[in-house]
Design a protein around this ligand. Structure first.
Ligand code: ADP
Ligand code: K
Ligand code: ZN
Length: 433
């Protein structure tokens, strides 16, 4: 089923015209309401009137995550406070998290694009759909939740955690669809096995998987073990949250809802736009956003746009699966973790050397993070109680900064390997096949 054929199947020429109109309006809006953009455009000698069609988008300035941090918390907000009805945040690095704000219209569009995704997966009003992304500041939970409600299916706000209870609900409520990270889906499959439940006793048929990179290999395994079809769901909080793009029944590339989110692929080094089909950094302009609209936001996600038409009838362009990120960010259980966040916590405690190592692994299909850190000689002793307390203190601090728990391993002085030149601080043992 196609949720909004008018928009999703619009002839390309008509779509470009619509995008051009929306871009003109957007540029005038941010010029008048966001000093950051006004100044940037003034520096470039650019007036809103210089933007006449979607092709003129290349004249506009880029926006980076650093710009969001520099303007923390509300500096890039275009709508007045009275119009902002929701705030989300994505995990920050050493300093400030990234705050995003939504107006009522933004939330309606978010629900609309999420409903498009769910329809593309085959979800109908008869489905019972469990949302197992985290509910909270993270956009995953609430974003998917309101999409399911808007479509008219029954939403089960399961969130994450308590997996056995969740499995019983899946069985007892005959849950037919689930949104979660692909690694959580595998963990769920294992829990189902462990509880001695046969997948044929479950009614699962659709999975909406995203928030972290995953592979075709993983899709096959999840589909086989849970007896459902797994579809990609992509998004990021700066642009909206989940629902920026989604796979359709063809399971071949994710359609971008480009009447709202205009995509470009650029060379991450030269910043030049790349032709369709070439891989580079994905950049989005939020064509219709009111709360915190962004011009040419650099996602750091590496992908390509696919040429040609899709068998499903949608005309919107598709993107290939995310190949990785152009920075050093780790995605652990769907949460962004920067080595620099760990570093800042370690550096804030006098007991530790600034020597640490992050070991990321996947155990029983769940991502794990171990933080190995050297204790300063003055503080390193055989008082086990003291060492355990220190270990707990660091673990608690890390948990509050990273939003995920890490296994802390205290190392004796001089035990972490020193390197010549650039030090390696991350060992990622998860193999992406
Ligand atoms: P948070 O920072 O709170 O974890 P974000 O909204 O910042 O949440 O996460 C968005 C990022 O997650 C994307 O830029 C991308 O790197 C990754 N991501 C989201 N969905 C997918 C997906 N389907 N495939 C690969 N990566 C994804
Ligand atoms: K308000
Ligand atoms: Zn399609």
């Amino acid at each position: 089923m196609i949720w909004n054929p008018n928009k999703e199947c619009m002839p390309r020429e008509q779509l470009r015209e619509l995008q051009g109109k929306r871009l003109q309006k957007l540029v005038a809006y941010v010029y008048h309401n966001v000093p950051f953009y006004r100044h940037k455009m003034q520096e470039m000698d650019l007036m809103p009137e210089d933007i006449r069609s979607i092709d003129d988008i290349v004249k506009l300035p880029f926006t980076t995550k650093q710009d969001l941090r520099d303007n923390y918390p509300y500096g890039l907000m275009a709508a007045p406070k009275s119009e902002v009805v929701r705030v989300h945040a994505s995990s920050g690095t050493t300093g400030n998290p990234t705050i995003v704000g939504y107006t009522r219209k933004d939330l309606a569009i978010w629900s609309e694009v999420m409903s498009r995704c769910l329809s593309a997966y085959g979800v109908t009003r008869e489905d019972t759909f469990s949302v197992s992304y985290g509910y909270g500041l993270f956009t995953g939970g609430l974003g998917a939740h309101y999409g399911v409600e808007n479509l008219g299916a029954t939403v089960i706000p399961a969130s994450t955690g308590n997996t056995e209870k969740h499995v019983r609900l899946i069985r007892d409520l005959k849950i037919t669809g689930i949104a979660c990270t692909p690694s959580y889906a595998l963990y769920l499959a294992e829990t189902v096995d462990k509880m001695g439940i046969n997948k044929n006793d479950l009614s699962l048929r659709i999975g909406a998987f995203g928030a972290e990179p995953w592979t075709e290999h993983m899709r096959q395994e999840i589909q086989e073990r849970l007896g459902l079809k797994g579809y990609n769901l992509y998004g990021l909080s700066e642009i909206m949250g989940p629902g920026v793009s989604c796979e359709c029944e063809a399971q071949h590339g994710s359609h971008i809802h480009e009447d709202h989110f205009y995509p470009e692929i650029i060379d991450p080094v030269t910043l030049e736009p790349l032709p369709i089909g070439e891989q580079g950094e994905l950049v989005f302009t939020t064509l219709t956003k009111e709360g915190m609209p962004l011009l040419r936001y650099r996602t750091k996600d590496l992908t390509s746009l696919m040429p040609g038409e899709c068998a499903c009838g949608r005309t919107s362009v598709r993107m290939t699966p995310i190949m990785g990120r152009s920075d050093d960010m780790l995605i652990i259980r769907g949460i962004n973790v920067f080595p620099s966040q760990v570093e800042s916590v370690i550096l804030s405690m006098k007991e530790f050397e600034p020597r640490y190592m992050l070991v990321v692994d996947r155990v029983n299909n769940l991502d794990t993070l171990q933080v190995q850190v050297e204790v300063r000689r003055d503080y390193f002793n055989d008082d086990i109680g003291g060492m355990l307390a220190l270990r707990k203190q660091l673990a608690d601090k890390l948990k509050s900064v990273l939003s995920i728990s890490a296994d802390v391993k205290l190392m004796e002085p001089n035990s972490i390997q020193r390197s010549q030149g650039k030090s390696q601080r991350v060992i990622d043992k998860r193999v992406l096949v």
